[in-house]
Design a protein around this ligand. Structure first.
Ligand SMILES: CC(=O)SCCNC(=O)CCNC(=O)[C@H](O)C(C)(C)COP(=O)(O)OP(=O)(O)OC[C@H]1O[C@@H](n2cnc3c(N)ncnc32)[C@H](O)[C@@H]1OP(=O)(O)O
Ligand SMILES: O=CC(=O)O
Ligand SMILES: [Mg+2]
Length: 569
């Protein structure tokens, strides 16, 4: 964790003029910039709800994070993750989750994107069945992004959201038919350093969830969920005890709102290696609030490296070679489908990183073909739906799923995948095959630096080399470089026997910075945060011990406390 200082004064003692600060409940200090629009979501009542969640669950969260640390020590001492004998009774028993709400029975194509105003409108209008609005991988969690995101979501749920693009003289508004909204709060590990509760930074996801739920549950249930909802995606969990906390948070929220237990529904991303051994247990904890699991494939690859950071016998090949055809990835998807369908809920596929290529029709068609192939593999395997990163991909994804599923909303009852019940620990941990190359090291470096430069300036998802890059894909670049450097690996795909050393990495960084400058142009390079990003990325790749998350390590750089002069974390 970052070294957070304690801070106990209220708004009035931070130097703001009376009447200029947020109206906060006892124990809350808001250090983010005051904005009258933000004040419409940072109401005293909504903050009181966040405070209650924070006070009730902070010790549970702390315990869960301590357990993560203990597990890391075990893995670093040579242990492998696996199925827990103590919860075999949950895996072996026959039980199902609550019935899927009719409003989201059909989720064949879901679009994702940050909680940015224009993108929210475009995504809701995109023709996808679901839009996952993201406070997580696709968002740089600056105060401005987070608070504007809350305002945007409130307007979207109310149906009043609009956006005027002066450059194009175009006004964006919602269509009559829109995608169903899911919201992804941040992971348990991320603090919100602009809101202090009882002298400590709030838990980021409780702020995201609490404010969104408080302002939107009533309108959402009426306009979007046919009596159910709101709906969520839950990221980066490592153990079912973390799902239990979410379940308790949901019950607490339902009680506060006076709505039926089981109204809130969530899809959990299985995107950490430890969590793949906990899928039944996670669904069991959330059985009254679940709408399935999703293959968060990019974070999953990142987590494979992170979990095995002290296992030099498990090095990854180049990032581009770690696809769904690898045995460990296919096994994970198969077991996820088997588990979800046995428990009566959706098994969602993952994100193909290709995006449309506007200026090259042949390359565009090749990218689309890769997406189609990926989606065909998913639907044939039994997935009930999939993710698209861009509106331009929705027709292709929709076509593949509809050709295969026809009018059925999903495959929960028809694709039980009993054959996948035998997927074993060995299958899930099998070392990925492939080779390591200097090009791989260069690409990781070029992408990692450019992504961080964007993230530092408030953009959390970017197009790079015709692919979508977000926090999860950038993590792969970072940890892979770290792993190769740590073990001085041989780049065995080049046939030259070159080893990855600090010296080689230093030269690669220099070359790639020069290349980035050429590609983006001198002016953009000078005005951007490429040098800062380079310094951070280099530090992260060469650190003696691996940082748990690049976004946590870099977070201080985007924390801006107001009034200016008050301490940063
Ligand atoms: C690993 C994971 O967690 S995956 C999930 C998290 N990641 C994401 O959600 C990434 C989502 N995708 C994106 O952010 C974007 O598609 C990017 C950054 C990759 C590319 O965005 P752009 O460079 O703006 O793409 P492009 O210029 O082709 O956009 C064309 C139009 O589509 C819109 N658009 C592009 N992607 C999206 C999206 N995901 N949702 C809504 N609208 C979108 C743009 O806003 C633009 O609209 P306009 O024509 O009205 O101005
Ligand atoms: O969140 C999705 C992922 O692939 O990571
Ligand atoms: Mg992810």
């Amino acid at each position: 964790m970052l070294g957070f200082g304690t801070f106990t004064h209220s708004n009035t003692s931070t130097g703001r003029k009376p009447g200029m600060g947020y109206d906060v409940p006892e124990g809350v200090d808001i250090r983010g910039r005051y904005d009258p629009e933000f004040a419409t979501v940072l109401t005293k009542e909504a903050l009181q709800f966040v405070v209650e969640l924070q006070r009730e669950f902070r010790n549970h969260i702390k315990y869960a994070m301590d357990c993560r640390k203990e597990a890391k020590v075990r893995y670093n001492n040579g242990a492998l993750p696996g199925f827990d004998p103590a919860t075999m009774y949950i895996r072996d028993a026959e039980w199902v989750c609550a019935a899927v709400p009719p409003a989201v029975a059909d989720r064949r194509v879901e679009i994702t994107g940050p909680v940015e105003r224009k993108m929210i409108i475009n995504a809701l209008n995109s023709g996808a069945k679901v839009f996952m609005a993201d406070f997580e991988d696709a968002l740089s969690p600056t105060w401005e992004n987070l608070m504007r995101g809350q305002v945007n979501l409130r307007d979207a749920v109310n149906g009043t959201i609009s956006f005027q693009d002066p450059a194009r003289n175009r006004v964006y508004k919602l269509n009559d038919r829109t995608a169903k909204l899911f919201v992804r709060p941040r992971g348990w590990h991320l603090p919100e350093a602009h809101i202090f509760i009882d002298g400590e930074p709030a838990t980021g996801c409780l702020v995201d969830f609490g404010l969104y739920f408080f302002h939107n549950y009533a309108a959402f249930r009426q306009k979007q969920g046919d009596g159910f909802g709101p709906f969520f995606y839950l990221p980066k969990m490592e153990h079912s005890r973390e799902a239990r906390i979410w379940n308790n948070v949901f019950e607490r929220a339902e009680k506060m709102a006076g709505i039926e237990r089981g109204s809130i529904r969530a899809t959990v991303l299985i995107e950490t290696l430890p969590a793949v051994f906990q899928m039944d247990e996670i669904l069991y904890e959330l059985r009254d609030h679940s709408v399935g699991l999703n293959c968060g494939r990019w974070d999953y690859i990142f987590s494979y490296v992170k979990t095995f950071q002290a296992h030099p016998d498990r090095l990854l090949p180049d990032r581009v070679q770690v696809g769904m055809a690898q045995h460990f990835m296919r096994s994970y998807s198969d077991l996820l489908i088997r588990t979800c369908h046995r428990r009566g809920v959706h098994a969602m596929g993952g994100m193909a990183a290709q995006i449309p290529i506007r200026d090259d029709p042949a390359a565009n068609e090749a990218a689309l073909e890769l997406v189609r192939k990926d989606k065909l593999r998913e639907v044939k395997a039994g997935h009930d739906g999939t993710w698209a990163a861009h509106p331009g991909l929705i027709p292709a994804c929709m076509e593949v799923f509809t050709n295969y599923m026809g009018n059925s909303p999903n495959q929960i009852e028809t694709m039980k995948r009993v054959d996948a019940a035998t997927v074993s620990e060995e299958d899930l941990l099998q070392i990925p095959r492939g080779v390591r190359t200097l090009d791989g090291l260069r690409l990781n470096t070029r992408v990692g630096i450019q992504y961080l430069a964007a993230w530092l300036t408030g953009t959390g998802s970017v197009p790079l080399y015709n692919l979508m890059e977000d926090a999860a894909t950038a993590e792969i670049s970072r940890v892979q470089n770290w792993q190769w450097l740590k073990y001085g690996v041989e780049l065995n795909g080049d046939g030259l026997g070159v080893k990855v050393t600090l010296d080689l990495f230093g030269r690669v960084v220099e070359d790639e910075m020069a290349r980035i400058e050429r590609e983006v142009g001198k002016e953009k390079f000078r005005k951007g945060m490429y040098k800062e990003a380079c310094k951070l990325f280099t530090q992260q790749c060469t650190a003696p011990t691996l940082d748990d998350f690049l976004t946590l390590n870099a977070y201080n750089n985007i924390v801006i406390h107001h009034p200016s002069g008050s301490s940063r974390l």
